[in-house]
Design a protein around this ligand. Structure first.
Ligand SMILES: Cc1cc2nc3c(=O)[nH]c(=O)nc-3n(C[C@H](O)[C@H](O)[C@H](O)COP(=O)(O)O)c2cc1C
Length: 276
């Protein structure tokens, strides 16, 4: 049995697998419909009409006040100062990249394996997954041919440590995706990670709570990836990204928009020497 994401990839919808059978028999329809519908309600970022403003004007001044602040109680019983003798080096996100300098295949292999590899004995990964179900599929999106990789979409397989190409893009399609499907991404690197959630795998055991687990897993994975990136080299950076039209991107990556939507991107590369 190929117990992977069968049924979630468009090309495999006709394939009757054991996994599909279990899903169809044992996911309560009410739960499945609720989650798939709820997820779809979050998919549209902006209407193509640029006049449509997704953030209320009245909220904007408050955002200025709230950004980069912690939520702390107004009243508390006691305040204890921690020992602050050690200096912590905080590395934030980057948006300014050196697009000419790309990772070679060896660096990319090292990075992907360091972040997402599965331990051969126990089957663990560096991040946890509720019920060890690992419903999040890490994809590599390549927008420009480079080294061994040609434009398109690859699934990372942490057992065999391979990249499985599931979709090719011609130059114009890759450009269209970067320019119009992902918002303001044209100056970002020519490669990114996409996190796709196999929603039926997410909910079969824990039902609605499984959806929460899946989103938590995306956060954990992207943090592990960030750590691996900064461990690998200096002068590199990444940024998490929800600025894309989910259904169009998911479809163009060859995935089923209802069952295996892309929920987050993470751009990474060498940074511009001028800073962030
Ligand atoms: C789930 C998630 C989605 C994000 N989406 C975007 C995005 O679409 N565009 C963007 O510019 N930054 C995005 N970011 C990056 C945040 O803006 C960034 O983490 C935050 O501003 C803190 O930045 P700093 O670490 O550089 O200080 C996203 C971050 C997260 C965790």
């Amino acid at each position: 049995m190929k117990n992977k994401y069968v049924g979630s990839l468009e090309h495999n919808t006709v394939e009757r697998s054991f996994t599909d059978y279990i899903y169809s028999c044992y996911i309560p329809k009410k739960v499945e419909n609720y989650i798939l519908k709820f997820h779809q309600s979050s998919t549209l970022l902006k209407l193509p009409d640029s006049k449509h403003q997704s953030i209320d004007d009245n909220v904007i001044p408050w955002l200025e006040y709230a950004q980069y602040t912690d939520i702390t109680p107004d009243y508390y019983e006691q305040k204890i100062n921690l020992n602050t003798s050690t200096e912590v080096n905080v590395i934030g996100s980057y948006r300014s990249f050196n697009k000419e300098r790309k990772f070679n295949f060896e660096e990319l292999s090292q990075l992907l394996n360091d972040a997402f590899i599965r331990d051969k004995q126990k089957g663990s990964k560096k991040y946890g997954s509720a019920g060890a179900l690992y419903p999040i599929v890490p994809l590599v999106l390549v927008f420009q041919d480079h080294d061994t990789l040609t434009r398109g979409v690859y699934v990372y397989d942490g057992i065999e440590q391979t990249l499985l190409k599931i979709k090719s893009w011609v130059k114009d399609e890759a450009l269209h995706i970067k320019k119009y499907v992902c918002h303001d991404a044209i100056d970002l690197p020519e490669i990114c990670i996409a996190y796709a959630a196999d929603l039926r795998r997410s909910i079969i055991k824990y039902h609605i709570r499984g959806y929460r687990h899946a989103l938590i897993e995306v956060g954990a994975m992207s943090q592990v990836f960030k750590n691996s990136l900064h461990k690998m080299s200096k002068g590199v950076g990444e940024v998490s990204w929800s600025g894309f039209n989910d259904n169009e991107l998911t479809k163009r990556c060859g995935l089923n928009v209802r069952l295996c939507p892309i929920v987050m991107l993470q751009w990474f590369g060498y940074t511009d020497s001028t800073g962030k």
